[in-house]
Design a binder for this molecule. Structure first.
Ligand code: 5AD
Ligand code: SF4
Length: 462
């Protein structure tokens, strides 16, 4: 959660406190910042203390059952605070935003009566209007609106951008048309759409002029990006990153999350030729079994994925790869699971995320017979975790002795320490001066800890 900063308001605007908690993916984290932006002109200042908030927004995630259920337990706690404030004559409004709001809609009011507003991921630009009209307006917005929310969001002040750090997210594409049989995203985020190039570049320029040095371009299917430029030409992700790299002051560009079937040759080539594009690729494969991949509706085989990885590594040999895996998808046998372990062993990922399959209402997977028992899922998850952790440690250990350019982002935990990231998305700490924050310097990696690397400064890059 970012620290509160003051916002400019006109004299008539009351000052109020806003607490936002975001769950789930990076796009939700980005949306939370944009909700704060749209509420700032209304007089809302962010607070990290929920008890003093006039407005609490829970920006929710629906991807797995556990994520969705967290919302209701959190709402129970917020309700108590709302009652305590009411006893002191103070008001607190509660809004449920994000993917649970989209999926559950009015059901949320039924399950938790203290909730005032429910709004989906495409409607949060309407928050100020909804708040103004609480007594007589709609308390729920979960239709996919005709207008583009991005056209109705206030830009954050330069101070606000600076308070959020040197590395920022920027949504360029949203929604998904792939309909993997396990996934709620096509239902909660809607159809795949790409933002227009000028809007994206305008937002990127604003962020960089306020001090951002690294941008991560976000999309549920980011490499399927096909935005229109000012002349009406369709621009690919690789063309967009090439244009973005011209923004003075922008040092590093990343993107996530990609689908293997949308990994075009121009994007692979971009990793060879565009210095600002970082050598890191998050490319979820989900399973190493062709039978399971087919039932997941992934529309590629394990061999297709391995061949793709070969092409990516040919273009950029040092690229770090990460992936998402699901264990216990309906019908997954020990042999299918072994296929996943074999694929992981064959690729050698720098890091990975793994999940037990979670039945999501309304998805085809939830209707499938042969659901895998929970104990088997847990046992497979443990085996997968061991393999993936081993690869991550080996990857980090292999960095020792190398000189790596680090973009420093903030002070470190210990006095005199500064912290940043390697091109391969590893956290790195060194003893060094604060004036290096916002700059790239070469670091000799000397030690690999559990979740980060340590090193010594070798010299600053021009
Ligand atoms: N159960 C478990 N994991 C899931 N994911 C998406 N849907 C489910 C589900 N129903 C995982 C996928 C995806 C990541 C964001 O979450 O691995 O890539
Ligand atoms: Fe979900 Fe990704 Fe598949 Fe889209 S491509 S349905 S977001 S897993």
């Amino acid at each position: 959660m970012s620290t509160p900063t003051s916002v400019q308001t006109d004299q008539k605007t009351e000052r109020r406190k806003l607490f936002i908690k975001s769950y789930g993916c990076q796009m939700n984290a980005y949306d939370a910042t944009r909700m704060a932006d749209v509420l700032a002109p209304e007089g809302y200042e962010e607070t990290t203390d929920v008890a003093e908030a006039d407005l609490v927004v829970l920006n929710t995630c629906h991807i797995r059952e556990r994520a969705a259920e967290k919302v209701f337990s959190e709402l129970g706690k917020v309700r108590v605070l709302k009652e305590e404030r009411a006893a002191r004559g103070l008001d607190m409004k509660i809004a449920v935003a994000g993917c649970v709001a989209q999926a559950e809609g009015a059901e949320i009011f039924r399950r938790q009566k203290a909730v005032d507003l429910v709004l989906g991921p495409q409607s949060y630009h309407r928050l100020p209007d909804m708040l103004r009209n609480l007594s007589n307006g709609s308390r729920i917005e979960t239709e996919f609106p005709a207008e583009d929310k991005f056209d109705h969001l206030a830009a954050p002040s330069r101070e606000k951008v600076a308070s959020r750090g040197l590395s920022a997210f920027l949504t360029i594409q949203e929604g998904c048309d792939k309909f993997c049989t396990f996934c709620v995203v096509p239902y909660t985020r809607g159809a795949e759409t790409s933002r227009p190039i000028e809007k994206i570049l305008g937002e990127a320029r604003h962020l960089v002029s306020a001090g951002v040095r690294e941008l991560t371009l976000l999309g549920q299917n980011v490499n399927a990006f096909h935005g229109l430029d000012e002349k009406g030409n369709t621009i690919s992700l690789a063309q967009l990153t090439a244009r973005m790299a011209d923004i003075p002051g922008l040092l590093r560009i990343r993107y996530m999350t990609s689908h293997p079937n949308d990994m075009g040759q121009d994007l692979i080539d971009a990793h060879a030729h565009q210095p600002a594009l970082m050598p890191f690729l998050h490319l979820p494969v989900q399973s190493g079994s062709d039978r399971i991949l087919r039932d997941m509706n992934r529309k590629h085989t394990a061999r297709d994925y391995l061949n793709l990885i070969k092409r990516v590594r040919r273009a950029r040999p040092d690229i770090a790869l990460s992936s998402d895996f699901i264990v216990g998808f309906p019908g997954e046998t020990e042999e299918d699971f072994q296929g996943t372990l074999d694929l992981i062993a064959a690729v050698n990922f720098s890091s990975s995320y793994f999940f037990k399959y979670s039945m999501r209402p309304g998805t085809p997977g939830a209707e499938m017979e042969e659901q895998v028992p929970e104990e088997i899922k847990s046992e497979r998850l443990r085996r997968l975790q061991d393999l993936v952790d081993g690869q991550r440690h080996a990857y980090n250990d292999a960095s020792i002795g190398k000189v790596v350019p680090i973009l420093f982002e903030k002070k470190g935990r210990d006095p005199g320490q500064i912290a940043g990231k390697s091109p391969y998305l590893q956290a790195v700490q060194v003893q060094g001066p604060d004036l290096l924050i916002g700059r790239v310097a070469d670091v000799l990696i000397t030690e690999a800890l559990t979740n980060s690397l340590r090193g010594t400064l070798v010299g600053e890059q021009s």
